[in-house]
Ligand binder design. Structure first.
Ligand SMILES: NC(=O)c1ccc[n+]([C@@H]2O[C@H](COP(=O)([O-])OP(=O)(O)OC[C@H]3O[C@@H](n4cnc5c(N)ncnc54)[C@H](O)[C@@H]3O)[C@@H](O)[C@H]2O)c1
Length: 392
């Protein structure tokens, strides 16, 4: 029989219930031995709905179990450092939900602990592992390496072979349509959730780095740290990513749209359901299945239009809010957890390690600073070296 990784889950709240329990308990390479939470109701929920072997309110019990290979830390982000330290010093591998940390001192401590103990740390930047994102990055990188335009590309001058300096840069737009009424109150607490830039846009900052493939050098935010902001990020190679986060939107429409442009190529990542590609001869469109679909009879429309039609059907059936779930798209949570298991069982490299967690924390902190100042803020190379290299 294939060896299983033995896991403990610490923090059994919303994201555990909404995503990680189902993924962990259904993964054939995982044995969930412990579930731990401070609240009786959360322990009762997991006992009623899944098959944990042991339940506890004391995470040290989980960490002191010699059978445990790794832990998933799914607490809110104000209580990360101590849990990471206690797990790493007992040689337990760690999957920690994003953001990894909320200030640079904490970032520094976490990086030091992980590098000293040499355990694997996976930060929950699940979007990196969404099938549509992986396909888009592959197509982008192939195009960057070999930018051949299709014969139909519009050219003003037939003999024009001149390249503008900017032509190698990548332009990215990320639009997030969210509804703050759905947020848990901790998200907007300045000392727990730290607002949307730290708590939510850390995902998109990380994704921008992953897509563009070099370090960010400058950030400018208009708006507020808590809700509603537009962030412009500039990268080492002159690429730019604009993140528009509207917390005053509606779940009647899809949450995310990502657009990527590079050297005569355009791509739209339509809410994890459809990848549309322009400017490349070999691929125009790829469709992705829903991860969970409670409305399979609704098949009208493609991409997020189909999602909108399913949500219209959902809304007709809803009598009270929260009574009916929304269709679920694949944002990469299962794949990222599965790669954490590769780290444990096969010694694979972390798909989103402590440096990725650190970069995203640094940039989101700078984005908050920029929102407060009303000015662009530089991300200096010496900060990278001080924090992430020299002393570690
Ligand atoms: N990747 C994603 O898609 C995604 C989505 C939502 C939230 N998150 C992240 O997940 C984290 C948790 O968010 P949530 O909405 O589930 O929060 P939550 O408050 O619903 O759950 C956190 C749980 O941790 C428990 N907890 C706190 N300290 C503990 C301790 N010392 N020992 C054991 N349990 C402890 C709390 O009792 C609570 O039940 C946040 O950091 C958030 O940013 C990620």
């Amino acid at each position: 029989m294939e060896k299983k990784a033995v896991l403990g889950i610490i923090g059994c709240g919303l994201i555990a219930r909404g995503m990680h329990f189902a993924n962990a308990f259904s993964n054939p390479r995982i044995r969930v031995k412990w579930c731990c939470d401070l609240l009786d109701e959360n322990l009762e929920y997991v006992k009623q709905n899944y098959t944990p072997e042991r339940l506890t309110k004391d995470y040290i019990e989980v960490l002191d179990d010699p059978e445990i290979d790794g832990v998933m830390i799914l607490t809110t982000h104000d209580v990360r450092l101590k849990l990471i330290r206690d797990a790493a010093t007992r040689q337990k591998h760690i999957y920690v939900e994003k953001p990894m940390a909320t200030d640079m001192r904490e970032v520094y401590e976490i990086m030091k602990i992980i590098r000293e103990t040499k355990v694997q740390l996976v930060v929950g930047f699940n979007r990196r592992c969404a099938p549509i994102v992986q396909d888009a990055i592959k197509i982008l990188n192939e195009h960057r390496a070999n930018p051949i335009s299709p014969p139909w590309r519009y050219r003003r001058y037939a003999d024009d072979d001149q390249e503008m300096k900017e032509s190698k840069a990548t332009m990215v737009l990320m639009r997030v349509n969210d509804d703050y009424k759905s947020f848990k109150s901790y998200a907007m607490d300045p000392y727990v959730g730290h607002g949307a830039i730290m708590g939510e846009l850390c995902h998109f900052v990380d994704l921008a780095y992953k897509i563009i493939g070099c370090e960010p050098v400058k950030v400018y935010t208009e708006g507020w740290a808590r809700l509603n902001q537009s962030i412009v990020l500039q990268f080492e190679d002159q690429s730019i990513c604009t993140i528009v986060d509207a917390a005053v939107g509606s779940f009647d429409h899809p949450k995310e749209l990502i657009e990527i442009y590079n050297n005569g190529m355009s791509m739209q990542l339509d809410f994890y359901l459809q990848l549309r590609v322009g400017g490349i001869e070999s691929v125009q469109k790829i469709d992705y299945p829903f991860k969970e679909d409670m409305y399979p009879e609704i098949t009208d429309g493609e991409g997020s239009m189909r999602l909108i039609n399913k949500v219209i059907e959902r809304n007709k059936r809803v009598t009270k809010s929260d009574e009916l779930a929304y269709p679920v798209v694949d944002k990469g949570h299962y794949n990222l957890l599965d790669q954490f298991i590769d780290c444990i069982l096969l010694g694979a490299k972390s798909p989103s390690n402590e440096l990725d967690g650190a970069r995203s924390a640094l940039v989101t902190l700078k984005a908050v600073e920029s929102a407060r100042l009303g000015l662009p803020v530089k991300i200096s190379v010496d900060e990278y070296d001080f924090m992430f290299k020299t002393h570690l």
